[in-house]
Design a protein around this ligand. Structure first.
Ligand code: KG4
Ligand code: ZN
Length: 379
């Protein structure tokens, strides 16, 4: 099945076209073309993502990303003019009209059979841009739309290398918006057993980075500095708290840790580069240890065969090292999404969309115009 996948839940406008085949337990994916436009530079000025700004940027960039993908596929121009139904819907939906008139209509369908679209969780104004675009394309090319949960996308990102996952599995999903531990009997039977009660791990990285004067997104910046301090064998100078480390559940809380860092920074006064490295290292140690402690606890309670780690923070080198060690010690098969597919992208949405279709072929019969953005959708 040839799928065109769209992702606009946060600050990346991404489209990917992939060929998907095989069964749900052993699917095969082949990416034919993809393009991504990141808004990171724009949000960096403000130190975080602003929904209305994100929407404006998606409106501008998603059609260009679409054109790039169509060109990569050598899609023919000169497609048919939109039918009356498409025009009527466009008439009622200003966003769809603006998004599609120049960019969607000139292209003939390059044999795409379905569109996979992120419907949530995420920023609703941003999600709507992708959904409106998918609806216009679906009407114009007369193909179905598969709604996809963004977090399932992160979960499926580990399939990029076509790995065989053994079940049941635990998944640690760590991103800028989410920090969750999931128990999964298989791809389609998942339940959240622990989650953050306040900030997500990635969000804490971003906020702490800002406090110590590092640009957005903070994760990679903190990681770089922390590595220097660690490689020089400096001690963990600040020994920040490991929040909820000893609690009986699998929940997290990163907001208190963030506040501790803020107080320590304030107390410290002027900072040299070495100070920044030490702060970054102490903070990273605290976050990663907290994540690992809860994962070990969950592995001990649930008799799982695999551990999946995905989401933007999964590209953190120290987390990858520590998780690899704990997987070996606890005898579970580890699947961490590769850094190039762990931050938001459309390929993971296409993969999740295909699995969704295999589990529920009624999904193709859904009316695309009834699809809604669900900002708080859970997995
Ligand atoms: O999954 P993602 O791209 O977007 C969301 O769905 O939220 O995750 C973005 C988050 C940001 O908070 C970013 O700081 C964090 O992932 N991140 C990292 C690293 N790379 C990205 N955090 C820690 N270490 C990294 N190397
Ligand atoms: Zn994400």
């Amino acid at each position: 099945m040839k799928i065109l996948a769209i992702e606009t839940s946060c600050d990346e406008s991404a489209i990917s076209v992939l060929n998907a085949s095989g069964e749900a337990l052993n699917p095969v994916f082949d990416v034919l073309a993809s393009s991504i436009h990141s808004q990171i530079d724009i949000h960096a000025e403000y130190g975080g993502v602003f929904p209305s700004l994100a929407k404006r940027e998606h409106m501008r960039n998603l059609p260009l990303v679409f054109e790039t993908v169509m060109k990569k596929l050598s899609a023919k121009r000169g497609g048919k003019t939109p039918n009356q139904e498409t025009l009527d819907v466009m008439e009622r939906n200003a966003e769809m009209r603006e998004l599609s008139k120049i960019h969607v209509f000139p292209y003939e369908n390059p044999d795409i059979e379905a569109i996979a679209i992120t419907i949530g969780p995420g920023l609703e104004p941003a999600l709507w841009v992708g959904i409106s675009f998918a609806q216009a394309l679906s009407l114009h090319w007369n193909i179905p739309v598969i709604p996809v949960n963004h977090m399932k996308g992160h979960l499926f990102s580990v399939m990029y290398e076509n790995k065989n996952i053994t079940w049941p599995a635990l998944a640690l999903l760590v991103s800028g918006g989410h920090t969750e531990i999931i128990y999964a009997k298989d791809w389609n039977n998942t339940s959240v057993i622990g989650r953050t009660r306040d900030d997500a791990a990635g969000e804490a990285f971003d906020k702490v980075a800002r406090t110590i004067g590092l640009p957005y997104p903070g994760g990679p910046e903190i990681s770089k500095l922390a590595k220097i301090a660690r490689n020089e064998n400096r001690p963990d100078f600040f020994n920040f708290p490991r929040p909820m480390k000893n609690s009986d559940d699998f929940d997290f809380s990163f907001s208190g840790l963030k506040t501790s860092v803020m107080y320590a920074v304030k107390k410290h006064g002027e900072m040299t580069q070495t100070d920044k490295e030490n702060f970054a290292r102490s903070f990273e140690d605290a976050v990663i240890e907290t994540l690992c402690v809860k994962v070990i606890k969950a592995i001990k309670k649930y008799n799982v065969s695999s551990l999946i780690v995905a989401g933007g923070v999964a590209s953190n080198e120290y987390l990858r090292d520590q998780i690899s060690l704990l997987a070996k010690r606890n005898d579970v098969n580890l699947h961490i999404s590769e850094p190039n597919i762990s931050t938001d992208n459309a390929t993971m949405i296409g993969m999740a969309g295909y699995i969704e279709y295999l589990q529920d072929n009624q999904v193709l019969k859904k009316n695309p115009l009834e699809i809604n953005a669900l900002g708080n959708l859970s997995i």
